[in-house]
Design a protein around this ligand. Structure first.
Ligand SMILES: Cc1cc2nc3c(=O)[nH]c(=O)nc-3n(C[C@H](O)[C@H](O)[C@H](O)COP(=O)(O)OP(=O)(O)OC[C@H]3O[C@@H](n4cnc5c(N)ncnc54)[C@H](O)[C@@H]3O)c2cc1C
Length: 397
């Protein structure tokens, strides 16, 4: 496996670092100090600066202003952008738009590409992926999808209840997962539909309040009530919903890992800086061995997490599905990030809890990472199935 970072990517990484230091982190500090949320206008102003700096949409083709980087090349770029929660939004590689662009790039037909993907890639619109349902619908087990799409002449009528649809407050269109054939195998009877926001029948009930500060674009609860869509709204083909979901969620899990590694790395730098300056019991905090071990464990775990990300990215770049490797990386990196942030808050004491530093916000926000795009237990189940298949009864004969 070759994890060499090409020269042109190293240059991009340095430019992303400079952009974050000069343009993004100062705004992050202002918002934190004022306990304010990012507005769409402020984000678009920041994005205009990113575009002028030629730091835009790392995964998208150059014709839409993108940087045309492959899955391996984005690993260090996304980590660098991820040093602030605002960084990926600024250079257009944040969830859910980044995953949705990936999905549309592979499955949208020419008309859908023109209508949905091109404006999204240019940063003129926002998108949402609407799959999870509140109980008794589908959550961890996507086979439980209850949202139904039924044929009506040449159209489809969708009825269902979704929640936690990220960017639902601002999305210009929704990608909706619905069951089209209740008699098919549970993994075959679903289809994805593209629905513009203003289509009658899309009822946003509320933004679901979540842990910590409000997230940009919200995580909304929606009822789809007699939502009528033409056949041309289908993304891919009828019955391909799960295959498309898998092709979106696999790489999307990995890009979450890349971005969160950036946050954890910056947290470690902030905590080390504090520990080197702050004195207690006759020396700098960094002189106390128990604290040194926290720094060492964080550094070692981040290195392990990066290697897991790189392995999965390398396999994806070779055309493999890398299902198990992606699950391994998702479990490990999400748990590593949680542990690193926890240690960094502890090292910074009261300052770590305060909003003077971003650590407390990151600590709160990172908790969801162990749940969204597959809870740790679900990914452990994927890994365990593979282990049992390879080493289980009879395999050693
Ligand atoms: C901040 C945030 C943003 C999100 N954004 C989106 C979005 O944009 N679009 C979207 O469609 N969804 C989104 N989600 C939903 C997310 O993908 C689901 O929350 C996740 O898949 C888990 O589903 P659930 O919440 O229904 O948990 P449940 O299915 O109710 O599971 C609850 C818990 O049970 C445990 N569990 C589940 N299965 C197993 C098992 N096999 N073995 C052992 N334990 C198990 C896990 O600990 C899990 O956390 C988002 C969620 C959050 C928190």
């Amino acid at each position: 496996m070759d994890f060499t970072i090409p020269r042109h990517v190293e240059v991009i990484v340095r430019r992303v670092r400079q952009f974050l230091d000069e343009e993004v982190i100062p705004i992050e500090a202002q918002l934190l100090r004022a306990s304010r949320d990012l507005s769409v206008e402020a984000l678009q102003a920041l994005r205009a600066k990113a575009k002028s700096a030629h730091l835009w949409a790392p995964t998208m083709p150059k014709e839409w202003g993108g940087m045309a980087l492959n899955i391996q090349e984005i690993v260090p770029v996304f980590e660098e952008a991820g040093r602030s929660l605002l960084g990926p939004m600024a250079i257009h590689c944040a969830a859910p738009d980044e995953g949705n662009m990936h999905l549309l790039r592979h499955w949208a037909n020419p008309e859908q590409t023109e209508r949905y993907l091109a404006p999204l890639a240019r940063g003129e619109t926002f998108s949402a992926f609407s799959m999870t349902e509140p109980p008794p619908g589908a959550g961890s087990d996507p086979r439980m999808i209850r949202t139904r799409a039924t044929r009506d002449g040449g159209d489809w009528i969708i009825n269902g209840h979704k929640w936690l649809t990220t960017y639902g407050e601002i999305a210009d269109f929704f990608i909706i997962m619905a069951r089209t054939d209740p008699d098919a195998h549970p993994y075959q009877g679903c289809t994805q539909f593209l629905a513009p926001r203003d289509t009658p029948g899309i009822k946003i009930l509320r933004d679901v309040p979540v842990m910590g500060a409000k997230d940009f674009g919200g995580h909304v609860e929606i009822v789809y009530e007699d939502l009528r869509l033409p056949d041309s709204a289908i993304l891919g083909e009828e019955g391909q919903g799960f295959m498309l979901a898998q092709s979106r969620l696999g790489p999307a899990r990995l890009t979450h890992c890349m971005r969160w590694t950036g946050i954890a790395q910056r947290a470690l730098e902030i905590a080390t800086d504090y520990a080197s300056q702050r004195e207690a019991f006759g020396s700098a905090l960094s002189g106390h061995q128990s604290l040194q071990w926290m720094l060492a464990d964080s550094e070692m775990e981040l290195k392990m997490g990066r290697l897991l990300i790189q392995e999965a990215a390398w396999r994806l770049a070779q055309g493999e599905q890398a299902r198990v490797e992606t699950s391994v990386a998702k479990v490990q990196v999400s748990e590593i990030v949680s542990r690193v942030l926890d240690r960094c808050v502890q090292i910074c004491g009261g300052r770590g809890i305060s909003r003077d530093l971003p650590l407390s916000t990151w600590y709160e926000k990172a908790r969801a990472f162990r749940i969204y795009d597959g809870a740790s237990e679900v990914h452990r189940m994927v890994v365990a199935r593979d282990v049992i298949k390879r080493y289980g009864a009879g395999s050693q004969n």
